[in-house]
Write a protein that binds this ligand. Structure first.
Ligand SMILES: C[S@@+](CC[C@H](N)C(=O)[O-])C[C@H]1O[C@@H](n2cnc3c(N)ncnc32)[C@H](O)[C@@H]1O
Length: 276
């Protein structure tokens, strides 16, 4: 089994046995990590528009990139390890009339390094703050922005930063957090319940035609439920928009960027377990 596909499966809480079934398991689930509407709002405020280039690392089925192309008219490139997700993303882009603006490719996001080539880069529910920031930061030009979505620990614990620790990581090297969007436990609960219903239906369908997978599917659903509980208690999902240092429009050397805290109003799909 290919190491990259194992990693991709783990990022959506699935065991290696379920790799060939990821397309079926997530059928009907467009957004696997975050809220495309929120990403659009953040990047609109950052003045991303026609002519801007945006990279979506771990794009899943391309929900965020497609919404960006549709509403802001920017060019989007999405990379994901799961070929079925990439095929679904390209089909959705064609269906929504933005295939000229969107390009989705199968591959390892770590090997997709075109340093400084993008005005904005996003990573929603894929790598932790430390590793995610490194890859995102490398991809955007000085003064560009990146959006990272991950969970922080409510209390200090090994392997997962608290909110303050995450802020310190994200502001290294003079970068500035422009928006910080925190999920409330109620918002997490609402969207996790919706997601769980769809995943349970899909898992039941797969189990009917592949009875040998029953245990793997049951453990997958249990892991999802445990992760959902933990995202309401021990961890908190957060989405940041960070401006990479080097901007000459006022952020560096004279500009003032405050941290704007928001709560989520529109938050679909979050099938990731907190990483420890
Ligand atoms: C929780 S999902 C989020 C998907 C998408 N960002 C969204 O919000 O809908 C995590 C995604 O990261 C992808 N992934 C994980 N590790 C990867 C890697 N090394 N290279 C490319 N994609 C990866 C998985 O295949 C999966 O689609």
């Amino acid at each position: 089994m290919n190491h990259l596909l194992r990693e991709a499966a783990a990022s959506v809480g699935a065991s290696p046995a379920l790799v060939p079934f990821l397309g079926l398991l997530f059928e009907g689930v467009d957004s696997l990590g975050s809220s495309p509407a929120r990403v659009v709002r953040m990047l609109r405020n950052a003045r991303v528009g026609p002519g801007s280039r945006v990279l979506d690392l771990g794009c899943g089925k391309g929900a965020a990139a497609i919404a960006l192309a549709q509403t802001l008219g920017c060019r989007c490139t999405g990379i994901d390890a799961v070929p079925e997700f990439v095929a679904a993303a390209n089909a959705a882009a064609r269906q929504r009339g933005v295939s000229k603006l969107c390009e989705f490719r199968a591959g390892n996001l770590r090997q997709f390094a075109r340093a400084g080539a993008y005005d904005a880069a996003i990573m929603l529910g894929v790598l932790d703050v430390e590793r995610g920031r490194r890859v995102l930061r490398r991809s955007v030009r000085p003064g560009g922005v990146y959006i990272l979505d991950d969970a922080v620990a409510v209390r200090p614990r090994r392997g997962c930063p608290t909110l303050d620790e995450a802020r310190r990581i994200l502001t290294r090297g003079g970068d500035r957090i422009e928006v910080e969007d925190l999920w409330t436990p109620q918002q997490t609960l609402r969207q996790e319940e919706q997601l769980h219903r769809q995943l349970s239906r899909n898992a039941a369908r797969i189990a009917m035609s592949h009875p040998r997978l029953q245990r793997s599917l049951a453990s997958f659903l249990q892991r999802q439920q445990r992760a959902a509980r933990e995202l309401q208690t021990r961890f908190q999902p957060v989405q940041w928009m960070v401006r990479k240092s080097g901007w000459r429009g006022g952020g560096e050397g004279g500009g003032r960027w405050g941290v704007l805290s928001l709560t989520r109003s529109n938050a679909p799909g979050h099938p990731r377990a907190p990483r420890e």
